[in-house]
Design a protein. Structure first.
Lengths: 456, 98
């Protein structure tokens, strides 16, 4: 069977797209590598909703999850896309029932965001995690870091997590790295149209302080110290004992699959990352592939919901399930919702711009965690002539370890740009290869056997 | 090391972390079980043998590679726990088994 639309990711964009596409009468397959719908923002939302530590922020996702479950889309949780052939619309999947393939007339990548790497001295020590990792622990298990917890970095998630940990009785010490002044950020505008989101943010900051979160700002020169695990966090002019260090410098689009299949990407200077090029309805440079949500550029979950709906409507039009008038009628609401949700984004991007030392770390810091390559070694290889992350793989193996460059590739590119004295957009991003996620030789053999079977 | 909050999420599933039984909530990942068990590391790296624990918990960093039910190099953060699951630390590069 060929699905009208295959959606990769059951986060806000993927779920909203599935609901909208089903409403247009399309057959829909949703593949997600997590065991429950929600993406990261609504991770394990159905199970976590009663927990007062995270409930208030998870509640807005419950209706969407319920609508998704009732939509009639074929939903395959705990299933990983390990290869995508965009020309054929062929998806290679690995899940609880082994490996198999699916076909679709159109494919929507709704792969969401990942946290920007925060390479500081000592960041490979056990006990150092991302802020998102601690929030995932909270949402999926209810657990919080034991002992002295330090949350270091900047961005909306930092304040949200500080509040959620405090509600759970584990208030962290917050070391805020923000260096942009409010005046510079305010010049971006968006205050009035983004006032609802702004009010939410200010309320979180107030709640954090009310619940006893101690804040030190501005913090520079962060380093994690310890022998077999993190014991201390130090910064220029201060230090504190630390059992768990949570780092966060914002999020970037997860573009592993979109880069692997070779659709056009553009450098987003405001967010210091690559994003796939899409039109207003999520269409990419490949005529079968759409991309929506944070995977197409960071906008947050409300913008992702709107983008998912728009991508589904565009799919329905392309498959002749909806005419132009129908698209116009149904797209007015999500277009307006997306405008409102994105109004504050330039201000947030400017306010929480990552420091240069995070993008291109100091020489003694491991930039590539898998192959344990320092920023200094990468700079030296760049001086020898490595012109981009694809070439750097051959020099130093960074990008060839298990993570396939998911963590280090942006740092590697930034270091090369710095050494060569060129703008970041001139360094082509790493081109990932399939399999996107590890599969066993047995799974690969099984998929070859199933490919030899005549089609049913 | 993570501290459970049984009032919010009761622990109902027993898994074996390096041979020791640990009770974890349904919906937890194998990596979460390792963090709840308080292991000092989930693996040692193939390059320098340095200890690691999970970094991202969402399938990006691959620092949580572990041997789960006898299969090495699995992303522990992407594997939901099941009763009796055996989760073991991985030392260096994974070994091929007959």
């Amino acid at each position: 069977m060929i699905h009208d639309l295959a959606i990769i990711g059951a986060g806000p964009a993927g779920m909203a797209a599935a609901v909208e596409a089903r409403a247009c009468g399309l057959s829909v397959l949703v593949v997600d590598d997590n065991p429950a719908p929600g993406g990261q923002v609504f991770r394990a939302a159905e199970a976590a909703a009663p927990d007062p530590a995270v409930g208030p922020e998870i509640a807005p996702g419950l209706a969407l999850i319920a609508a998704f479950r009732a939509s009639g889309a074929e939903y395959r949780p705990a299933t990983t896309l390990w290869h995508l052939d965009p020309d054929e619309g062929l998806l290679s999947l690995a899940g609880p029932q082994g490996v198999d393939e699916a076909r679709a007339r159109r494919v929507l990548l709704a792969t969401g965001a990942q946290e920007r790497a925060v390479p500081i001295p000592g960041w490979t020590l056990p006990g150092v995690m991302t802020a998102g990792a601690a929030q995932i622990m909270l949402k999926t298990t209810g657990a919080v870091p034991a002992g002295r917890t330090v949350l270091a970095g900047q961005g909306p998630l930092v304040w949200l997590l500080a509040v959620q940990l405090a509600r759970a009785g584990a208030a962290p010490l917050l070391l805020e790295t923000r260096s942009t002044g409010l005046a510079a950020a305010l010049s971006q505008g968006g205050l009035w149209s983004g006032r609802r989101l702004l009010a939410k943010g200010l309320a979180l900051m107030a709640e954090a302080r009310r619940r006893g979160v101690r804040v030190v700002r501005p913090v520079r020169g962060l380093r994690a110290e310890g022998t077999t695990r993190v014991e201390r966090i130090a910064w220029d002019g201060g230090a504190a004992p630390c059992d768990t260090l949570l780092l966060h410098e914002g999020v970037i689009p997860q573009t592993h699959v979109s880069r692997a299949i070779g659709v056009d990407h553009a450098w987003d200077a405001g967010q210091a990352c690559w994003r796939p090029v899409t039109d207003g309805f999520g269409a990419s440079s490949h005529d079968r592939i759409a991309i929506a949500g944070d995977g197409a550029g960071i906008g947050g979950w409300e913008a992702a919901v709107a983008a998912g709906r728009l991508a589904a409507l565009d799919t329905a039009r392309r498959l002749d399930a909806l005419d132009a008038a129908g698209v116009a009628a149904r797209s007015a609401a999500p277009l307006a919702a997306r405008r409102a949700a994105l109004a504050l984004r330039p201000l947030l991007d400017a306010f929480y711009a990552p420091p240069a030392s995070v993008l291109a770390p100091p020489d003694d810091v491991l930039a590539c965690r898998c192959e344990e390559v320092t920023a200094g070694a990468i700079r030296a290889a760049a001086r020898l002539g490595a012109t981009g992350p694809n070439q750097m793989k051959a020099y130093l193996r960074c990008g060839m370890g298990p993570c396939q460059g998911r963590i280090c590739a942006p740092s590697v590119a930034a270091l090369i740009a710095e050494v060569r004295g060129v703008p970041p957009e001139t360094i082509a991003p790493l081109r990932p290869r399939a399999p996107y996620k590890p599969i066993t030789v047995g799974q690969l053999a099984a998929s070859a056997e199933s490919a030899q079977q005549p089609p049913q | 090391m993570f501290r459970p909050r049984p009032d919010a999420r009761p622990a109902t599933i027993e898994v074996l972390v390096d041979g020791t039984p640990v009770l974890v909530p349904a919906g937890a990942s194998a990596a979460a079980a390792v963090l709840l068990a308080g292991l000092p590391a989930i693996r040692e790296t193939p390059v320098s043998g340095s200890p690691r624990l999970p970094l991202c918990m969402m399938g990006v960093c691959f620092d949580c590679l572990a041997e789960i039910d006898g299969v090495a190099n699995r992303q522990a953060c992407m594997v939901p726990v099941a009763p009796g699951m055996r989760i073991a630390r991985q030392h260096g590069a994974r070994a091929a088994r007959p």
